[in-house]
Design a protein around this ligand. Structure first.
Ligand code: ZN
Length: 153
């Protein structure tokens, strides 16, 4: 990562962790609680699906490190209003971005691409993926719990 990108990365992550977007709760929504005990991050995600299964709205609350909260904030911005198929595609692309050594075709991820640097740090990958694991669970349209300690990669 060059210095310019490093600086942008820090600005965006800090901005989203200090002023998270779509922060709050939604009534009549699917609720998933995500836990990352190795870092102490928690995310409470609320997702509403529309009549055709699209992600009509989502909000989160949480506590934890800047990476976990910024990833959740950026995720809600990216997924809101997306058809289900597209949301699933974004989930897969983001997972690949932060875990794969291969170059990922990440166009369409927007500022989320700035989280790419976590791939070098397995503990940070858990932080970055926490909200996304919760979203993955929410796609079943049932309330639930996820923990980074119970899953592989
Ligand atoms: Zn963390």
């Amino acid at each position: 990562m060059n210095d310019e990108l490093e600086e942008l990365y820090q600005q965006v992550i800090l901005d989203h962790s200090k002023r998270p977007r779509n922060f709050g709760e939604l009534a009549d929504a699917v609720h998933v609680h995500g836990d990352n005990p190795s870092c102490g991050d928690e995310i409470s995600l609320h997702v509403k699906f529309g009549s055709e299964g699209e992600v009509s709205d989502l909000k989160f609350t949480g506590i934890g490190c800047a990476i976990s909260q910024a990833s959740a904030s950026l995720m809600t911005l990216k997924l809101k209003g997306k058809p289900r198929v597209e949301a699933e595609q974004i989930l897969r692309t983001f997972h690949k971005l932060v875990t794969s050594e291969e170059e990922t075709d990440a166009k369409g991820l927007g500022d989320l691409i700035l989280l790419k640097g976590v791939r070098k740090f397995p503990q940070r990958v858990k932080c970055a993926m926490l909200a996304w694991r919760a979203f993955e669970q929410a796609l079943s349209e049932r309330d639930g719990e996820v923990s980074t300690e119970k899953e592989e990669g």
